[in-house]
Design a protein around this ligand. Structure first.
Ligand code: ZN
Length: 148
């Protein structure tokens, strides 16, 4: 089941300019800056009520976000929907004709399980589904992942 829009990803060329627009001018609070080495990017989480904006700054010219900016310019990058069971939603959406970019979900920003679907199967929108960390409900010590 899809629960809500979790966040919108926005590719930025210059984090300072992105923050001037989305944090200072719009007044959205910068909650977290996170380096995601596996995707060669730094993400800036801005709270927008119940959802977030995620500014995506490529830290390497070879990253997929850098290539996206090269092709399409900075701006809207992906839509992320929170789901209650990511494997189940992957199977459901794949059966509906969506093409996952990887066979299995992986750990993305905020330690969430994430999976992306190719825009050519989703009406031109890079679609992410994400599931909140389950460690919170499984009880302490189950994953041994320590504290943030
Ligand atoms: Zn995202």
């Amino acid at each position: 089941m899809i629960k809500k829009i979790d966040h919108l990803g926005i590719a930025v060329l210059d984090p300072a300019r992105g923050l001037a627009i989305f944090s200072e001018a719009l007044g959205l609070r910068l909650e977290q800056i996170e380096d995601i080495p596996s995707q060669k990017l730094r993400s800036y989480h801005l709270r927008a009520g119940e959802s977030h904006l995620e500014l995506l700054f490529p830290t390497d010219p070879e990253s997929t976000v850098a290539k996206f900016i090269e092709k399409k310019g900075a701006g809207f990058h992906h839509l992320a929907l929170e789901v209650d069971d990511i494997e189940e939603e992957r199977d459901r959406l794949t059966a509906a004709g969506f093409e996952p970019l990887s066979p299995e979900p992986f750990l993305g920003a905020g330690g969430k399980k994430v999976l992306f679907f190719h825009p050519r199967t989703t009406g031109g929108v890079l679609l992410e589904i994400c599931q909140a960390r389950s460690a919170d409900v499984e009880g302490p010590g189950s994953k041994g992942n320590g504290h943030a």
